[in-house]
Design a protein around this ligand. Structure first.
Ligand SMILES: Nc1ncnc2c1ncn2[C@@H]1O[C@H](COP(=O)(O)OP(=O)(O)OP(=O)(O)O)[C@@H](O)[C@H]1O
Length: 262
């Protein structure tokens, strides 16, 4: 079953929700000739502002490639990517780097914290580098949202994996980016720490108005999202709205070995 994926819940209700990121007819191919791999095969997708979107699909279906293209970390072979009103396809490296720094946040599976800096220094580092002063009230709210208030002077080695990922979440939120991309943000965590982080991501959408996009293999993680997109063979083949973990799990079982619906 293939469903239209370009309408948001708000659009369907007749409203005009803002689009935070948009892909139009995006093709991404790696290599050439016999070794050419088409990772994305004409993807059309709208990521709605203020929503939590999960991207799922079998291994090799193009999830990371789609995320990297939407985030301006990778270039497309053809098609168009927009971040809000800015077309990023065709932007030169310098402009793209600045755009990522100023408008996009990232959370990776491996927390990517600097070991010599304490938690609060890690959180404010991207803004320090950009020469921006963090707004104190906002920073306090973010630190409170991710439950780090008592740990701000601790270095990463003095924190558990879950606490380190909280620092990474706070770092992404602190700069108030238009959109945050998470690549398996709970992939290294046990289920309890993972649930905590997912709760914080959910709270950042609900309470702070953050737009969140997360690549995941985990049906439980996807169940925290407002919308789950399913990729197979480089195409968006289905989506679900606010599904339960069981519904996501059942949907995944419907994929055959190649990832297409059976
Ligand atoms: N740098 C690259 N060079 C060549 N092929 C690549 C490169 N990156 C990805 N691919 C190929 O593109 C396809 C999609 O890869 P991608 O990593 O986006 O999939 P994925 O759904 O994120 O997979 P996984 O769940 O295993 O992380 C795969 O066939 C992969 O081998």
């Amino acid at each position: 079953m293939t469903t239209a994926v370009t309408n948001s819940r708000h659009d369907l209700a007749g409203g005009h929700a803002a689009v935070a990121a948009r892909a139009r007819q995006v093709v991404k191919a790696y290599g050439a000739g016999e070794t050419r791999v088409v990772a994305l095969d004409g993807v059309d997708v709208d990521i709605m502002a203020g929503q939590f979107t999960a991207i799922m699909g079998p291994s090799g279906s193009g999830k990371s490639t789609l995320m990297h293209c939407l985030a301006g970390l990778d270039t497309v072979t053809s098609g168009e990517i927009r971040l809000a009103d800015t077309e990023i396809t065709g932007l030169k490296d310098k402009k793209l780097t600045r755009l990522r720094r100023d408008r996009v946040g990232f959370i990776f599976q491996s927390y990517n914290l600097l070991p010599t800096l304490n938690a609060i220094e890690n959180i404010t580092l991207p803004m320090d580098i950009a020469g921006r002063k963090p707004a104190r009230e906002w920073l306090e709210r973010v630190v409170e949202t991710v439950g780090l208030a008592g740990r701000l002077k601790h270095r990463p080695t003095e924190l558990s994996g879950g606490q380190q990922q909280r620092v990474a979440v706070a770092r992404a939120l602190a700069a108030r980016p238009e959109i945050i991309f998470g690549d398996e943000p709970t992939g290294n965590l046990d289920s309890r720490a993972g649930a905590e982080i997912l709760g914080f991501l959910r709270a950042s959408v609900d309470d702070l108005g953050q737009t969140m996009v997360m690549v995941t293999h985990d049906p439980v993680a996807a169940s925290y999202a407002d919308r789950v997109l399913y990729l197979a063979d480089g195409s968006v083949v289905d989506e679900m709205r606010s599904p339960s973990a069981d519904q996501v799990f059942d949907r995944m079982k419907d994929f055959d070995g190649r990832g297409r619906t059976s």
